[in-house]
Design a protein around this ligand. Structure first.
Ligand code: ASP
Length: 348
């Protein structure tokens, strides 16, 4: 009787062990921009719409991880959902430049190989994150810009759209408001002849002072991390300005030994602080937790410099983390236990 019991116990332990080996960890986390997101300006409907879109993006990435896809594929899938939504400053909801155009930037990085791809200043590529991934996997380069990047997108058979695809009333009104305060706003007088200038909606968005870039980080079943970021940049940007989002080490970084990071915030500061790489480097060289490393950079170093924003991160064990020094950050994760979380304000 005793022997039977011992054998049955051993068998159970063996099964548990095999099951544990058969179900490796995977997880995903995303952001949809940080900044002054005011609850007082948020309608319940809009808040619901943001939570729903964040959850949809998370689920798109998670489904890929669940069926054994790679973290690079999952990051793209989550970002594409947000690029296709006018709610975020990326793809369809991209902000306007000073010259009334939309110029998009994106980047992606794979933690296993440290391979990376990035694009900047594209105006006709529907999903810039896909183009960044094409640069990473199917070119000898890391970063392509403007017309050359668009030529490469066509060659890779990516979906090309007319520049008008990116026009939205919300972002247009946002530009008009910013131009009113801009001393070099020559564009404002031209705007009077523009049909869209007659748009007079006073609808205030809760987050016009935010940096609505989108990003994702993921760990796949093979233990590989990836990070990606996509943006329209900053409203009223001039002279071909490029922010941190397509800069590897500033807006995006992934290293299987340390972490995966995607950032959102005032790009100039994030470039100068090499935010994404600095967080991973602190994990690696100081041997501290990802949480602590992220707070050192976002809550201390960046605050001292005067830079607003935040990051989403993933540890090599699949622990999602957030750190932001702004009032809010659209964010969410599906952790390794399948728990789904989405948040907007600090207290969420
Ligand atoms: N980091 C982006 C940039 O500076 C803006 C954002 O996060 O929304 O271009």
């Amino acid at each position: 009787m005793k022997i039977k019991l011992i054998i049955s116990c051993l068998l159970t332990m063996l099964t548990i062990n095999i099951n544990a080996k058969q179900s490796p960890s995977f997880a995903i986390a995303i952001h949809g921009g940080a900044g002054t997101i005011l609850k007082s300006n948020m309608t319940p409907e809009l808040e619901k719409a943001y939570h729903a879109k964040l959850a949809e993006a998370l689920k798109a990435g998670h489904a890929i991880l669940k069926k054994g896809g790679t973290s690079v594929e999952a990051v793209q899938a989550a970002i594409i959902v947000m690029e296709d939504s006018p709610l975020f400053n990326a793809g369809k909801g991209a902000v306007y430049t000073h010259h009334k155009t939309n110029e998009l930037d994106a980047s992606i990085m794979e933690g296993k190989t440290l391979n990376a791809g990035a694009v900047s200043g594209v105006s006709t590529v529907k999903n810039p994150i896909k183009l960044a991934a094409e640069v990473m996997t199917n070119s000898k380069h890391v970063m392509l810009s403007g017309a050359g990047a668009e030529k490469f997108a066509k060659k890779q058979s990516l979906e090309i759209v007319p520049p008008e695809y990116f026009k939205t009333e919300r972002r247009w009104n946002q530009l008009l408001r910013v131009l009113k305060k801009d001393p070099d706003a020559t564009a404002l007088s031209e705007d009077k002849t523009d049909k869209q200038a007659s748009v007079t909606t006073n609808k205030i968005w809760p987050d016009d002072n935010k940096f609505g870039t989108v990003g994702a980080v993921a760990l796949d079943q093979f233990g590989n991390l990836a990070a990606g970021t996509s943006t329209g940049g900053m409203t009223n940007k001039k002279y071909g300005r490029i922010g941190d989002s397509p800069i590897i080490g500033a807006g995006t970084y992934a290293d299987n030994k340390a972490c995966a990071i995607s950032a959102t915030g005032h790009g100039e500061y994030f470039i100068r602080a090499a935010v994404a790489h600095d967080i991973c480097a602190r994990v690696l060289y100081k041997n501290i937790s990802l949480d602590k490393a992220a707070d050192e950079v976002i809550q201390q170093k960046l605050v001292k410099m005067g830079g607003d924003g935040g990051i989403v991160g993933m540890s090599p064990k699949g622990e999602p983390i957030f750190s932001f020094n702004s009032e809010g950050m659209y964010r969410g994760y599906i952790d390794k236990n399948g728990k789904v979380y989405t948040g907007i304000f600090k207290q969420d």
